[in-house]
Ligand binder design. Structure first.
Ligand code: NAI
Ligand code: MG
Length: 356
């Protein structure tokens, strides 16, 4: 029996609701498969912990997580704690401390879920966005001077390194190569950003030479929004900088129906450290405690986690169960249904138990 050690961090808002749902589905999968088991340890870190201890997680939090095979994360953010404290106090230190430089965001239209794009259904939109997760505008480089004076200045320096760009390009080309269409679109803005983005383009071309069987093209980020909207069928795997992919993947989530179905994986491809799996959405204060959070994004990221752990058949079984349930119209209100989190979860667990 293969055993994987999972650290679950439900954290804030609807995080605990969707992580509980995800753990139920994972439990059903272990029972159905019978050849692997997950040993799950829960951590009570987050905004409530912060209110008691003045920190989002203990000082040695990263050390505590290190022995795990994967991290299953809910969401952080509370109405009465500033967002930069919650984000920089828990989620970002994990991403950065474990050098999870590849952020992988699959998007497709699930059966039974309507895209806002007219005439676009399942099969017309099947993408994976690879977001560079360690550099760009989000590396924390910059500062402010002459605060409060008329001549005050603020800078947010975009960092691009040869090491950082090369490794994300290799990851993206390899991922594109593993998908049936072997098609990669490199998003850029090298017409206006003539230093870092020109280097980005050059490195893309260098790495492309290592993958002669992958067809690739280049799109300026502004034109990319048009192509995603008007010709979703023309795209497959997409790689973009931290900032560009942040924006494009929200668009992708919306085009696929809802933020409530969009998953993400923060991967250390070299497997030196645990990778982290989470729904893209935040803690959703407006629906916290109402029992109607969509658990599908969390199921999907659980499938990404299983894939990463080498449990590909369990991952496939989970996604088939989710698709059977969405096709059946068992949907939460954000995707036009009337089901509760619990009803969707029960239906998915039943579909897992009944699967062959
Ligand atoms: P949000 O993702 O929490 O919510 C945006 C909208 O989408 C809300 O109307 C919400 O009800 C809806 N929504 C989100 N997830 C849903 C789900 N599973 N089912 C049904 N509806 C869902 O983003 P918002 O409101 O901008 O941020 C709320 C808090 O979450 C903030 O403190 C923010 O900093 C934090 N946040 C944390 C993230 C993380 O932990 N990775 C990511 C995004 C935001
Ligand atoms: Mg975002």
């Amino acid at each position: 029996m293969r055993t994987h050690k999972i650290a679950a961090i439900p954290a804030d808002g609807i995080g605990p609701e969707v992580i509980a749902a995800g753990l139920q589905a994972l439990e059903a999968l272990q029972q159905r498969s019978g050849d692997f088991s997950l040993s799950v340890q829960e951590f009570d870190w987050g905004s409530d912990y912060y209110k008691k201890h003045g920190r989002m997680m203990p000082e040695d939090g990263i050390q505590q997580l290190k022995p795990f095979d994967a991290i299953f994360f809910g969401a952080v953010g509370a109405p009465d704690v500033p967002d930069h404290i919650t984000l920089w106090g828990l989620r970002l230190p994990i991403c950065q401390g474990f050098d999870q430089y590849a952020n992988v965001r699959p998007t497709r239209i699930l059966p039974g879920i309507a895209s806002p794009l007219a005439g676009v259904g399942p099969g017309d939109l099947d993408w994976v966005i690879v977001r560079e997760n360690s550099e760009g505008e989000y590396s924390g480089h910059g500062g402010r001077a002459h605060r409060g004076l008329p001549e005050e200045v603020g800078t947010e320096v975009a960092i691009f390194t040869r090491v950082g760009v090369t490794r994300i390009m290799r990851y993206a080309f390899r991922l594109a190569q593993s998908r049936p269409r072997k098609l990669l679109t490199v998003v850029t803005k090298s017409n206006a950003q003539r230093h870092g983005m020109v280097m980005w383009d050059e490195i893309a071309a260098e790495v492309a030479a290592e993958f002669p069987d992958v067809t690739w093209d280049k799109m300026l980020v502004d034109a990319m929004t048009v192509r995603m909207t008007l010709k979703p069928q023309s795209l497959d795997t997409i790689v973009a900088t931290n900032l560009h992919a942040d924006i494009l993947s929200d668009l992708a989530g919306a085009l696929a129906g809802s933020l409530g179905v969009a998953p993400t994986a923060n991967i250390d491809p070299e497997r030196r450290y645990p990778s982290m799996f989470e729904p893209i959405h935040g803690s959703a204060f407006d629906i916290t405690g109402k029992g109607i959070a969509n658990p599908v994004a969390t199921f999907w990221t659980a499938a990404q986690m299983l894939d990463h752990l080498g449990e590909a058949s369990a991952a496939t079984r989970l996604m088939r169960a989710v698709e059977a349930v969405t096709a059946d119209g068992v949907l939460t209100p954000d995707v036009g249904g009337r089901a509760t989190t619990e009803e969707v979860t029960r239906a998915v667990c039943e579909a897992i138990r009944g699967s062959n």
